[in-house]
Design a protein around this ligand. Structure first.
Ligand code: ADP
Length: 458
């Protein structure tokens, strides 16, 4: 960094707090596996390990028109998926923003809004007068206790949603009710978690898929488990010997026995909509990384170590969530000697105009620390899944959806680096053994695939 002695000392201190070495990461991965097994064998564990009712695997030959609806990220999405068989499909989709008002208002208003979006989309696609109701897979990316493939109970909101009249209720029934009231020809045949959808869409094209992950606004994973290992399953025989498990790993270590949570994370957590919950998610996901960086920056500002030049406007950087995770991507990709992109980002987005070179290097280093920690923690989860499912030299595919994985430079490389450290027996060929791949818009196709499977089951 080459800053003042005080700046250098501060940076040394936070390096110690943010860097997770191999031994620590191994302990985190081991604890992750223990927690997976706890959740499989008993109800109400920290990682809830929810059976998805999606049994067995896909053939890739499934065909027909299906709808997918995705709620739980930045946007609401409606997708029409035409499955053509042979692992091929076509999609048409529409996106709509969910306002803060809808996110925290009555659930009935949110459902009416969603139904109207579907209605408009069907009209555009000339599908509003079909003979038979279109099957819809509802990707509802919040913790749901499922009781059937299209029934479940919302246990808690996450990611900034907090609608009234929804916790303890079935989100399928609430939305189906709105669709019926408005005479929209759609039947919700499946309730799909986005990670399960991501897994299925990856599997439609890559049959050796064992897991699906989301690394976007939030973080979560799903994988294929053997029924025999799901000790808490009490619903009798199933048609297949395997079932997809929605892990809800964002809640991993809410007790904080293993994660190296810093005061910057605690600050974020305290001011979040769900303090003490989803702690792992808060260290990894797009919604939070920029805010952790901002917490470090403002802490340095409070100590007169950053942005102290006379006339510097610090109003924007002082506002919650004003430092976006996408800034970290741009900042980390700046490898120029004068860090001109970093300078640009701070100027354009945050009105920081009198920034010196040391400050540019400090901001970049903070981004690296927070971004690297996130990818290494994601690696602990992935290695945990790979080792628990006993991946062998043949390897396995893992589909990943989300802007963080897609756009954050080095995120994937750092994950591979982390997995290689955690799986030393496979480190020589890690990219062919744990095959990570982008499953973009996977939740749309995956939800449609689930609706398709479910339509045949119902
Ligand atoms: P969602 O998970 O909501 O379906 P995305 O996968 O697009 O949608 O994730 C959105 C999240 O990704 C936001 O929290 C945003 O901060 C973050 N994000 C968006 N663009 C980038 C980027 N270029 N680099 C890193 N993070 C990004």
């Amino acid at each position: 960094i080459n800053g003042s002695p005080e700046q250098n000392a501060y940076m040394e201190d936070i390096e110690k707090q943010f860097i997770i070495d191999k031994d620590q990461l191994t302990a985190i991965k081991d604890h992750f596996i223990v927690e997976m097994e706890k959740g499989l064998n008993k109800d109400k564990q920290t990682m809830v390990m929810i059976p998805s009712y999606v049994e067995g695997r896909l053939t890739g030959q499934e065909q027909g028109h299906y709808l997918a609806l995705d709620l739980g990220g930045t946007n609401l999405r409606v997708v029409l998926v035409t499955l053509e068989g042979h692992g091929k499909f076509k999609t048409v989709s529409t996106k709509a923003r969910v306002s803060e008002e809808l996110k925290t208002g009555p659930m009935r208003d949110l459902c009416d809004y969603i139904a109207d979006c579907i209605d408009t989309f069907l009209t555009e696609q000339n599908l509003s007068n079909v003979d038979e109701d279109l099957p819809l897979g509802y990707t509802f990316s919040f913790p749901v206790l499922q009781s059937k493939i299209n029934r479940g109970i919302l246990t808690t909101w996450t990611k900034g949603f907090n609608c009234t009249g929804a916790v303890g209720k079935d989100p399928v029934l609430l939305l189906q009710d709105a669709l019926l009231r408005k005479h929209i020809p759609v039947k919700i045949t499946a309730l799909v978690n986005d990670t399960v959808g991501t897994l299925l869409s990856n599997a439609y094209q890559k049959p050796d898929t064992v897991a699906g992950l989301i690394l976007g606004t939030g973080s979560n994973g799903a994988y294929i488990e053997q029924m025999a290992k799901i000790g808490k399953w009490k619903e009798g025989p199933t048609t297949a010997s395997e079932m997809v498990i929605n892990m809800e790993f964002g809640a991993f270590d809410n007790e904080r026995v293993i994660l190296p949570v810093t005061r910057f994370d605690n600050k974020l957590d305290r001011k979040s909509i769900n303090p003490h919950f989803q702690i792992f998610e808060k260290l990894i996901s797009g919604m939070y990384l920029g805010e952790i960086v901002r917490n470090v920056i403002t802490d340095m500002m409070d100590r007169n170590l950053l942005f102290g030049q006379p006339g510097q406007n610090t109003e924007a950087i002082s506002g919650h969530y004003q430092f976006e995770t996408s800034f970290m991507s741009s900042i980390e990709s700046d490898t120029s000697a004068d860090l001109s992109t970093v300078r640009d980002i701070l100027d354009t987005n945050l009105n920081l105009t009198n920034v010196d070179d040391v400050e540019l290097r400090i901001v970049k280093r903070i981004c690296e620390l927070v971004g690297t920690r996130a990818s290494r923690l994601a690696a602990a989860a992935i290695a945990g899944i790979a080792l628990h499912t006993k991946v062998d030299r043949k390897g396995a595919d893992i589909g990943i959806d989300g802007s963080l994985y897609e756009f954050y430079p080095s995120f994937e490389d750092r994950i591979y680096q982390g997995i290689a450290e955690l799986m030393p027996d496979y480190a020589d060929d890690i990219q062919n053994i744990v095959r990570l791949g982008l499953a973009r818009d996977g939740s749309g196709v995956g939800a449609a695939l689930t609706a398709c499977v479910a339509d045949k089951m119902l």
